[in-house]
Write a protein that binds this ligand. Structure first.
Ligand SMILES: NC(=O)c1ccc[n+]([C@@H]2O[C@H](COP(=O)([O-])OP(=O)(O)OC[C@H]3O[C@@H](n4cnc5c(N)ncnc54)[C@H](O)[C@@H]3O)[C@@H](O)[C@H]2O)c1
Ligand SMILES: O=P(O)(O)OC[C@@H](O)[C@@H](O)[C@H](O)[C@H](O)CO
Length: 419
């Protein structure tokens, strides 16, 4: 029988907690944490029960399949000491309240950074329950490290927590003792397929039921304080900066915006992956035109811009990374406002109407009219998208200031007829 992947020695003590255990956490924060073997992670999914079960069978260890130009390479990653389903509330509260724990990382999707309805179960409500347990346990300060693709993700999380924490002594404690970092995270990590599982087996001779496939490129920029300590993430290349502003614009406006453009226009043209869509000359041209537009608003030198674009072209074309457009297309109502609209606003202020943005928004409307809409706001947006001229209604829902821009609305509605 093929031997299964297993942990060699004892795992590190749990000093970090993660919420949103999925592929990206393992390719990114877990991989960086593995560079400091004195830190172990207790990682929680949101609803998934299968992944923690598989990881637990392997002692938390998993294989990272890195798709290099020169070929595939497998790295075992052992920083996850324990993996739990999100429904394991008792353990979650105990871990967040633990005096040994110094930080919580989060990858809970962009849509999760909202104030929950009273009584609702959400990432934020679980986080607040954990923090409340820590407050009552009189434990040391803690740092929250959001790792989702939002602009100023730490500030967004702080604003949400301020609205939710209404109990005065607890709210004061959160204000004083809970540090929140802002981060820019980057490593293209598609969902694992059965072929990836087979490939890992072929390369290692071991049976790993929960590997992750990723690219060699990785980046982590962090601005914030860690009053109770942190792993030496810099050993793996993380950078601690005073201000993430320009890095986050560069990433959201170039990489993520191009991903969203390719997702909606690519699906409309029958493509399945980023590599296929980026290789379609019409869509490649649309992305280049978007980059030219966005570059005007970034305080980067032309050499920095062209270098970043060159790397992105290569990353998007990587044949071993099967990044599904349908995965990227999900939750456009939360992604488009941070990826496309900041640049579009700046263009409109100058009286310009970039065709790439118009095409991207029209393609998003076509997606919202389609058969398989994955969006946290689908119930509200799909009926609006089905109107004869949908641009006004849909834009009013995500950015009311654009809903009075008659020239833009007409351009989007006209473009939509092409889909
Ligand atoms: N995959 C990437 O390339 C990548 C790169 C940078 C950032 N990210 C960020 O990481 C997030 C997760 O990506 P992934 O590739 O790990 O996806 P994944 O599907 O493998 O895992 C997503 C995780 O988020 C949880 N989740 C989903 N919806 C949630 C909700 N409403 N509230 C709380 N938790 C929820 C899931 O249970 C799961 O644990 C992305 O949404 C993105 O913000 C991903
Ligand atoms: O992960 P999402 O859903 O926020 O967005 C999909 C992609 O645009 C994104 O994951 C990129 O692959 C990632 O940001 C690269 O670092």
């Amino acid at each position: 029988m093929t031997p299964g992947l297993a942990r060699a020695g004892a795992p590190a003590p749990v000093r970090a907690v993660h919420l949103g255990l999925g592929a990206f956490h393992r390719a990114h924060q877990a991989w960086y944490t593995a560079a400091d073997e004195t830190w172990g992670i207790a990682a929680y999914t949101f609803r998934n029960t299968e992944l923690p079960r598989l990881l637990t069978r392997q002692g938390g260890v998993f294989s990272l399949l890195v798709r290099e130009d020169a070929g595939d390479r497998v790295e075992p990653v052992g920083s996850i000491t324990r993996a739990h389903p999100g429904a394991d509330t008792r353990q979650w509260l105990a871990d967040v309240a633990s005096p040994e724990v110094a930080l919580i990382t989060l990858t809970v999707t962009e849509a999760a950074y909202t104030v929950p309805e009273p009584g609702a179960d959400s990432a934020v409500s679980r986080l607040v329950a954990g923090l409340r347990a820590r407050f009552h346990a009189n434990a040391a300060p803690i740092t929250l490290v959001p790792c989702d693709n939002l602009a100023d993700n730490g500030d967004v999380l702080r604003a949400v927590l301020r609205k939710v924490c209404d109990e005065s002594a607890f709210a004061e404690w959160v204000e004083d003792e809970v540090a929140i970092a802002s981060t820019v995270v980057d490593r293209i990590t598609p969902a694992t397929t059965d072929r990836d599982v087979l490939r890992v087996h072929q390369l290692t001779g071991l049976r790993d039921l929960a590997p992750v496939v990723t690219e060699p490129f990785t980046e982590w920029l962090i601005a914030g304080s860690f009053p109770h300590g942190r792993p030496a993430w810099e050993r793996a290349g993380a950078r601690f900066v005073d201000d993430i502003g320009v890095y986050q614009q560069r990433k959201l406006w170039f990489l993520n915006a191009a991903h969203s453009l390719l997702a909606y226009t690519g699906l409309a043209r029958g493509h399945a992956t980023v590599a296929e869509a980026a290789g379609d000359p019409a869509l490649g041209g649309l992305v280049e035109s978007w980059w030219d537009t966005a570059a005007a608003y970034l305080p980067l030198s032309p050499a920095e811009v062209t270098g970043y674009q060159r790397r992105l072209r290569k990353r998007f074309a990587a044949p071993g990374i099967r990044h599904l457009l349908s995965q990227i297309a999900a939750d456009g109502s939360h992604k488009i406002p941070v990826r496309l609209l900041p640049v579009l606003h700046r263009e409109r202020a100058r009286g310009r109407l970039p065709h790439s943005a118009v095409a991207g928004l029209a393609a998003w409307l076509a997606y919202l009219r389609g058969p398989e809409v994955r969006d946290a706001r689908a119930a509200e947006l799909v009926p609006l998208a089905r109107a004869e001229k949908p641009a006004r209604g849909v834009l009013a829902a995500i950015d009311p200031t654009l809903a009075n821009d008659a020239e833009l609305l007409t351009a989007i509605d006209t473009e939509l007829r092409a889909f």
